[in-house]
Design a protein around this ligand. Structure first.
Ligand code: AMP
Length: 412
C-alpha cells in the first residue's frame, strides 16, 4: 500500500480515468490550476467536496501538480493506481523527477529530498514517488543486511522482537567503577552542574546506555560519536524516568538529550507508545520531528505526527488519524490521562475548572488551589448562592416577603 499524505477531494473512478487520459494527451488549462487551492483550509475543502462533487472540486485540491507532472502521473496505469492508492484519489507519482521540490517546513522525501507527498506504509518515512519508495525499501533492506553481517546475534533480536523485550537503565560497569572524585572532576571539567537527590552518574559513551543496536546505528549515522555534556547527564536521568529541568547553550545537543530517553521509554514501556513534545515555535517543532525520525529509523512501530499552525491541515489530520493512539481518553470505561494547560490568561475560569475537576479525584496543582483569583471567584459564587437562597419563597419566609412587599407599596 502507498499512503498519500494529503486528504484529497473525492472523485469517482470513471472520472479519474477520464482526467488521466485528457492530461496524458494534453494538460488542460483547468488542470494547470490545481495549484490554486493549495492553501485552502481543511474546512473549506470539506465544504467544497460536499457541495460540488464533480470536476470543479478538483480546483481545491491541496496538492500542486504542474503540467509535466500530470503527464507522468497518468502513466502509472490503472493497475498501479488501484494497488498503490485509494481508488478515489489521484494516482501516485511514479518518478521522482515529476515531483516538485519541498517548500520550507514541508515533508521531504528521504531518498531524493523532493516533496514527501506520500508515507511509505512499511517504514512510515516520507517519500515523493513510487521510484523513491522502491529505492528507499532497498536501502532499508541493505541496512538490515549490513547490520546482520556486522553483528548477527544482536541483529537477530531486532526489530520486532524488541517489543517483547524490557529495558531498565543500569549504570555501565565502567561508570560504576569510577571513583566519586573522578566523577566530580569529570563533571567540573565538562561544566555539568546538577541539583536534586541521588542524581545518577553521567555516561561517557552512548554504549553505556545499552541501547538497541538499531538506535546505536542511527546515532552513528547522524554523526553522534560521543555524547555532549548535557546528553551525558540528562540521558541516564531520563532513562530512569525522572523529571528533569535542563538548561544548556543553543546547539549543545539538548534535543537528543530528551529525545533518546523518550524514544526508549516509548519503545519498551508500553505497547502503544506515546509522548507529547511541546515547543514554543513551529521551526523548532519541525526540527525536533526531523531529529526524532532520524533516531527512530528502523525501530518498530515508532511514529511521529507534527502538529503545527501555518502549514496545510490535511496532512496533519491524516497523520493524527492514522498513527497516534521523546484520541480522547477515559471513554467506554477506560482509564486515561487528560492534561489541561492553564495560565493567568484563563484566570476567569479557575474556580469553574476546580469545581469540575475535583470530583473526578484528580490532583489539582497548589498554584491553582492557592490562587487569589480562585478564592475571589469562590467567594462571589457563595455570596450569589446566599442571595438566591434569600430570594426563594418558602413557607418560613412567605409572611416576611408579603410584609416587605406591602411596606414598599405603602411607601410609594
Ligand atoms: P541541538 O542543541 O539539540 O539543537 O543540537 C545541535 C546540533 O548538534 C544538531 O544538529 C544535532 O544533530 C547535533 N548533535 C546533537 N548531539 C550530538 C552529538 N552527540 N554529536 C554530534 N552532533 C550532535
Amino acid at each position: 500500500m502507498f499512503v498519500p499524505r494529503s486528504l484529497k477531494i473525492k472523485r469517482n473512478a470513471n472520472e479519474d480515468g477520464k482526467n488521466c487520459v485528457t492530461k496524458k494527451m494534453k494538460p488542460e488549462a483547468e488542470d494547470l490550476q490545481l495549484d490554486k487551492g493549495r492553501d485552502v483550509p481543511f474546512d473549506a475543502l470539506v465544504k467544497k467536496e460536499a457541495t460540488t462533487p464533480d470536476r470543479h472540486s478538483s480546483e481545491s485540491c491541496p496538492l500542486p501538480s504542474p503540467a509535466g507532472q500530470l503527464a507522468e502521473v497518468c502513466s502509472v496505469g490503472p493497475e498501479q493506481g488501484a494497488k498503490d492508492s485509494h481508488p478515489s484519489e489521484e494516482p501516485v507519482k511514479s518518478f521522482s523527477k515529476t515531483q516538485r521540490w519541498a517548500e520550507p517546513g514541508e515533508p521531504v522525501c528521504v531518498v531524493c529530498g523532493r516533496y514527501g507527498e506520500y508515507i511509505c506504509d512499511k517504514t512510515d518515512e516520507d517519500v515523493c514517488s513510487l521510484e523513491c519508495k522502491a529505492k528507499h525499501l532497498l536501502q532499508v533492506r541493505e541496512k538490515e543486511e549490513k547490520l546482520k553481517l556486522s553483528n548477527p546475534q544482536k541483529a537477530d533480536l531486532e526489530p520486532e522482537s524488541l517489543l517483547n523485550a524490557f529495558y531498565v537503565y543500569k549504570e555501565h560497569p565502567f561508570i560504576l567503577n569510577l571513583q566519586e572524585n573522578q566523577i566530580e572532576n569529570l563533571k567540573r571539567q565538562l561544566g555539568i552542574l546538577v541539583q536534586g537527590q541521588e542524581v545518577t552518574r553521567p555516561i561517557i559513551d552512548f554504549e553505556h546506555c545499552g541501547f538497541p543496536e538499531a538506535l546505536n546505528h542511527n546515532l552513528k549515522k547522524s554523526g553522534y560519536e560521543v555524547p555532549t555534556p548535557i546528553q551525558m547527564q540528562m540521558i541516564p536521568v531520563g532513562l530512569l524516568g525522572r523529571d528533569i529541568l535542563a538548561s544548556a547553550d543553543t546547539g549543545s545537543g539538548k534535543t537528543a538529550a530528551f529525545l533518546l530517553p523518550v524514544i526508549i521509554r516509548a519503545l519498551f514501556e508500553s505497547k502503544t507508545p506515546s509522548a507529547l513534545i511541546l515547543t514554543p515555535t513551529r521551526e523548532l517543532a519541525i526540527q525536533i520531528e526531523k531529529q526524532a525520525k532520524e533516531l527512530m529509523s528502523g525501530l518498530p512501530r515508532m511514529k511521529t505526527v507534527l502538529l503545527v499552525g501555518g502549514l496545510p491541515l490535511p496532512p496533519q489530520l491524516y497523520r493524527l488519524q492514522q498513527h497516534v493512539k521523546v484520541g480522547r481518553v477515559g471513554r467506554l470505561g477506560q482509564n486515561g490521562t487528560a492534561i489541561t494547560f492553564i495560565n493567568n490568561n484563563s484566570k476567569r475560569l479557575f474556580w469553574d475548572i476546580a469545581k469540575r475537576v475535583k470530583p473526578t479525584g484528580s490532583i489539582l496543582p497548589p498554584q491553582l488551589l492557592n490562587s487569589p483569583y480562585l478564592h475571589d471567584q469562590k467567594r462571589k459564587e457563595q455570596q450569589k448562592d446566599k442571595q438566591t437562597q434569600n430570594d426563594l419563597v418558602t413557607g418560613a419566609n412567605l409572611m416576611d416577603i408579603i410584609r416587605k412587599h406591602d411596606k414598599s407599596n405603602s411607601q410609594k
